[in-house]
Every structure is written in C-alpha cells, then in structure tokens.
Ligand binder design. Sequence first.
Ligand code: ATP
Ligand code: MG
Length: 310
Amino acid sequence: MEMKKKTLIKRAQDLAKPFRVTDGDGFRLKDFDPGNTLEFGAEDKPRSKEVLTLGIETLAELQDKLYAQNRWAVLLIFQAMDAAGKDGAIKHVMSGLNPQGCQVYSFKAPSAEDLDHDYLWRCMKSLPERGRIGIFNRSYYEEVLVVRVHPQILANQRIPQSLVTKDIWKERFQDIRAFESYLARNGVAICKFFLNVSKKEQKRRFLERLETPDKNWKFSANDAKERDFWDDYMNAYEDMIRSTAAEHAPWYVVPADNKWFTRVVVAAAVVSTLDTLDLAYPKVSKEKLKELAAVKKTLVGGKAEAAAAS
Ligand code: ATP
Ligand code: MG
C-alpha cells in the first residue's frame, strides 16, 4: 500500500515536471505546445480518467494530513485566457477534497471598495488559513495581464500620477515576488498554473458555447473582443512567467488544448506540491495515549453494563 502510494507520487512528479518553470531566465512561451499530451495519445483518453481518479484519491489523503497537521497553507493560482478550462480543471481536481479544508475565490473586475485599496488587498483577505487549500480563480496576476493590456484600467485605479511611470510593470513584478517570498517564509506553499490554450482551440470552444444552448451563459461578447488583443496577452503572460517563476512559487505552463490532459497535469502538480511538505498526522503524546486508553476502558465497561441491564 505504502509502496503503491510512493509509485503514484513518483508518477505525478514525472507528469508535472516537464511543465514546471522555477526560473524565468530564458523562458519562452513558444517552447510550450498547447497541444502537448506527452506519451498519451487520443486513444489514452479513457486511461487518463483512471490516472486522474488515482491522482484525486492521493490528493484527498494528502489533504487530510495537511488539515490534521495544521501548519502549512497551500495557495493554488489559476490564470488563463477565456475558455482555457480553468473552471473545469478546478472542479475536477478538487472534486475529491474535503470541502471544509478548501476555499475557492474567483477574482472578477475589482469593486469600488477594492479600488479604494492597493491591488493586493482583496487577495490578502482571501489567503488560505493554515491546514487549508486556497484556490484563486484569477488573482493579483490580473494586475500585470488585463491591466497591462488595457491602460484604461490602470488609469481608473487612482494611483497618484507621480507613481505611475514606465517602470510600473517591473515594479509590480518586484512587489509580487516580494509578496510570494513573504508568504513562502510563513508556510504558504504556492503553486501557479497558466492554462495554455491556443488561439485556434479558443475559437472552437467559443463557437461551441454559441451553438450549445446550455453553454450560452458562459459566453460574453467581451470574451470574443479580447481575442483581438491575443498577442498582447501572450507577451504579458510570457513576461509575467519570466519575472515571477521561483523555486518556492513555480509556474506550471499546462497544455490546455485537451481538457482531459490539462486536468491530469494539474492534479499531478498539486500532488507533487503537497508531497514536498512532509505532511504527517500529528504524533499523539504518551499522556494523550493513556487518556485514550482510559476512555476506551470506560466505554467498553459501559457496554458490558448495558448488556447486563437488558
Ligand atoms: P468565466 O470562465 O466564467 O468567464 P471569468 O473568470 O472569465 O470566468 P468573468 O465574469 O468573465 O469571469 O470576469 C472576469 C473578468 O474580470 C476578466 O475579464 C478579468 O480580466 C477581469 N479582472 C479580474 N481581475 C481584474 C483586475 N484586477 N482588474 C481588472 N479586471 C480584472
Ligand atoms: Mg469570462
């Protein structure tokens, strides 16, 4: 059993590793193929479901220890273009988790209250507690993505003019790196996902959303407009990964043209991350063991009493 678990974790590490970026130097998005499925062919799709199920079971066991140990917090960040499959990946991978130990936050366009603060404010309020897994569906990284692609959004942030210079993106990367180091030093394990979908596959999924009544709600005209800015977004994503990948806060550039493969890689990466934390159930002290033995004795005795009484 223990052996089987070790094999599974090793398998997860092997699956996730090709997509992990821990050092941004020389990172180029074009080296990562959105259609990559490693050694899995389309005929392996059913088998990938089994792999995913095993991954999810392993994840549930690790989460149970994370919660019991109550020392580490885990922060999973998801960023992607529309229709890359963020929601589906989150839904599938987290399906086996104990909801009590898991929190999901979706960051939409900031509210008036958000805009009255610095940009990390709303994210800091939603950081996971120790023992828990927090999922950010979008995050402060939007501040170097959509905000960079659309200068009007930055203008609306009411930052004092003298502070908005040509260095602003470099400064934001610096601040994000500092923030993530701070979190890591406080026991927050960070794992970041860029679901890398191709422009062609996005178009196919948009058309599917338009043609399927049950998927219509997922489509907004604005999503299609953002396609005009595709290259700007890709440049922003590349610069973001280059500038913020770190050993303690890796980016996973996950191929996203095949949903089944995306989910397997995300599950594998989360398993690998949890495995690095040395999770274990808290050791019970001698006194506590004695106490438990005493309680057991009373309970067993009580059962005998009840049987005698009836
Ligand atoms: P779905 O897959 O359901 O469309 P979504 O995450 O795209 O989910 P939306 O309701 O479309 O959700 O809203 C997210 C929008 O909010 C995105 O266009 C995103 O760029 C924008 N957004 C998120 N954070 C910020 C931010 N800090 N500043 C400006 N816009 C932001
Ligand atoms: Mg959207």
